[in-house]
Design a binder for this molecule. Structure first.
Ligand SMILES: Cc1cc2nc3c(=O)[nH]c(=O)nc-3n(C[C@H](O)[C@H](O)[C@H](O)COP(=O)(O)OP(=O)(O)OC[C@H]3O[C@@H](n4cnc5c(N)ncnc54)[C@H](O)[C@@H]3O)c2cc1C
Length: 305
């Protein structure tokens, strides 16, 4: 790794070499990053991006790592963990309120805090484990709602380190897709997200959050996983298709298709990406043969085999 680049990065904060990435995602899978740097502020994030750009070092942005399968060879270049955490607001905005949150903020934690404080309309997000940046990339959603329902706009940094403000319609958000996943914003990084909220009754909102927590607890398995592996095709939910082809509880290496929810794969301990990929391929081919439906990945793939 280029020493001048490492010196610049180290001037910003600690840089870890050959950092095992299984430590930094919810699935607990993945080889090492050449260099790993946690950015705690927007300035640090932009400065790390600038240094990498100047030295031609490829960059991967990691949020909470809750929607990613990192391959066993790890990630070349720089992995920036987005640990930005500034929140402004809620401030009055028209008939409602606006919050601007750094992209590294946990969506679930923010939604919960706002709901408990009496700001309504965002309770649906109280169980989504990732960052707001990841939520903007995937239009994270639950219970018939998605980020789009609360989104006023986002700020991004482009590959030349300029800041752009984008309106929701410019992000073309739909089911787990956005201009990011379609490749239209290659090299752009989400810096902050503006959300709209309404005033609500704190007791009612708290009760709603509790009800959604109970639903999630009943539906989703404990243990290390990356959430839904496949998107739901229009015809049937992905879990139903995987179940119908006889894969409930099926195991390859230390990866298992959950008994409780067949669109969740569990790392039983020390699982390898190669096993998770083999399970995904098995599910995909059986569903294709039996139903003629092509399962699309919901989970992002990163790194080298
Ligand atoms: C138990 C569990 C339950 C889940 N439930 C749901 C659910 O109900 N609904 C739902 O929609 N999802 C759900 N997920 C998936 C996941 O929480 C969301 O997709 C989340 O929005 C991902 O955010 P993240 O920060 O973890 O992204 P990461 O996994 O860290 O990254 C995913 C991708 O986004 C990119 N990215 C991340 N941050 C940025 C940024 N700031 N700028 C540019 N690119 C970025 C990364 O480079 C990577 O390609 C669940 C996951 C788990 C583990």
């Amino acid at each position: 790794m280029n020493e001048a680049f490492l010196d610049e990065l180290r001037a910003l904060g600690p840089a870890l070499l050959d950092e095992p990435l299984h430590r930094h995602n919810t699935f607990g899978i993945g080889g090492p990053a050449d260099v790993y740097f946690a950015a705690h502020s927007e300035e640090q994030l932009r400065a790390a991006l600038r240094a990498a750009h100047q030295h031609d070092v490829p960059v991967f942005i990691l949020g909470a790592g809750s929607n990613v399968l990192i391959l066993d060879g790890g990630i070349r270049g720089l992995v920036i963990e987005n640990a930005t955490e500034q929140v402004e607001g809620p401030t009055p905005n028209g008939a409602g309120f606006r919050v601007r949150a750094a992209s590294g903020v946990s969506f679930a934690a923010l939604a919960r805090r706002l709901s408990f404080a009496g700001y309504g309309g965002i309770e649906w997000a109280c169980g989504i484990p990732g960052t707001l940046g990841g939520a903007a990339v995937y239009n994270a959603g639950a219970y018939g709602k998605s980020l789009l329902d609360n989104l006023k706009g986002i700020r991004v940094v482009d590959p030349q380190n300029g800041i752009l403000e984008l309106r929701p319609e410019e992000l073309t958000l739909d089911y787990r897709n956005s201009a990011f996943t379609r490749g239209a914003l290659k090299g752009h990084v989400v810096l902050s997200v503006d959300l709209s909220l309404q005033k609500g009754d704190p007791d009612e909102l708290r009760a709603h959050v509790r009800e959604l927590d109970a639903r999630r607890l009943a539906a989703q398995p404990r243990g290390r996983n990356a959430g839904s592996m496949f998107k739901n095709p229009a015809e049937h939910p992905a879990w139903w298709l995987v179940d119908q082809v006889g894969l409930r509880g099926h195991r390859i290496g230390n990866t298992e298709i959950s008994q409780q929810h067949t669109n969740f794969f569990l790392n039983l301990g020390g699982a390898k990406a190669v096993d998770a990929l083999a399970l995904m391929e098995l599910a995909r081919s059986r569903v294709r043969e039996r139903f003629g439906i092509e399962l699309a990945n919901e989970v992002a793939m990163a790194g080298e085999p």
